[in-house]
Ligand binder design. Structure first.
Ligand code: G
Ligand code: G
Ligand code: NA
Ligand code: MN
Length: 254
């Protein structure tokens, strides 16, 4: 798989595409943010999960090229049908923590951020917290720069990594995205809401916004609304879908 990925990254960019999954304001049911997610469809292996290929690309030093594909796809989608977009949504992309200090990142993302602002939207980056462990000064500075450019920084899969309260405070982060394992515990047998409540408490103290990911049932959705969680994302509301399928969702209440 590793060799196939590297070959495809270099010679078959058409095998990569982007789907989008909305995050909703839980209080109103309106779309708040759309998250861009990479897909790889290999002619022989079929669809490969980014959970698998992103890790390989990181290990083999090709994550920058994958992000280039992503940026190209998102730019193409944004230049299409812009007239029908609502104002003020966020557009989130996933960035590997290792990429944060890559000197090529700024030149790659600046035109994307400009295009996002150009349609009246707000750029957002999601960074998985496991990798934030070894926070270099350089990494912190880069996040700070993004923040100063009006880019919203979110910590993805929050609760599974090593974020300490000390650096949540120090980081220019505005959003915590609670890992889906904690959301799943809100439903079914366990109905355990203690971790989600605790994260919401931390977020309130630090003035952060919280997104619950992986919402699959009405029970989880209702519980999160009861807890006053800000945003939610999951198969219950919408699955990741190509850009054209997304547009009608903007004008729908869920
Ligand atoms: O889309 P899916 O749930 O299969 O994604 C699995 C994981 O892959 C998620 O954690 C997601 O953040 C990550 N991922 C998806 N697209 C990208 C991308 O463009 N860049 C990076 N670094 N990670 C991505
Ligand atoms: O780690 P990250 O938040 O980037 O992961 C996004 C991934 O989560 C996407 O690949 C998407 O397919 C997946 N996802 C989104 N909503 C749900 C859900 O309700 N259930 C499950 N199992 N996966 C989801
Ligand atoms: Na994400
Ligand atoms: Mn996540």
């Amino acid at each position: 798989l590793s060799e196939a990925l590297i070959a495809s990254v270099k010679t078959a960019p058409e095998e990569f595409s982007v789907v989008y999954q909305p995050q909703y304001h839980l209080a109103t049911g309106e779309v708040a943010v759309v998250e861009a997610l990479l897909r790889w469809n290999h002619p022989e292996f079929g669809p490969v999960s980014p959970g698998d290929f992103v890790a390989i690309a990181e290990q083999r030093g090709h994550i920058h090229e994958l992000t280039e594909h992503l940026v190209r796809c998102v730019l193409a989608d944004l230049s299409d049908k812009t007239a029908r977009l609502p104002e003020g949504l966020g557009l989130a992309i996933n960035i590997s923590a290792r990429q944060i200090t890559d000197s090529r990142l700024e030149a790659l993302l600046t035109p994307l951020f400009e295009r996002i602002r150009g349609v009246g939207w707000v750029p957002e980056i999601e960074i998985t917290e496991t990798h934030l462990m070894n926070l270099s000064r350089q990494c912190l500075n880069r996040l700070q720069e993004f923040g100063e450019q009006g880019v919203v920084v979110a910590i993805d899969d929050f609760g599974t990594g090593y974020s300490s309260l000390a650096y949540l405070h120090a980081l220019p982060v505005q959003v915590l995205k609670i890992d889906r394992q904690f959301i799943w515990r809100l439903g079914g047998k366990s109905r355990d809401s203690r971790i989600v409540s605790a994260i919401l408490g931390i977020a309130e103290a630090l003035d952060l916004e919280v997104v619950a990911e992986g919402i699959e049932t009405e029970e989880q959705h209702n519980k999160l609304r009861e807890l006053n969680c800000h945003r939610g994302q999951g198969f219950l509301m919408a699955r990741p879908a190509p850009w054209q399928e997304l547009i009608p969702l903007f004008f729908d209440r869920n």
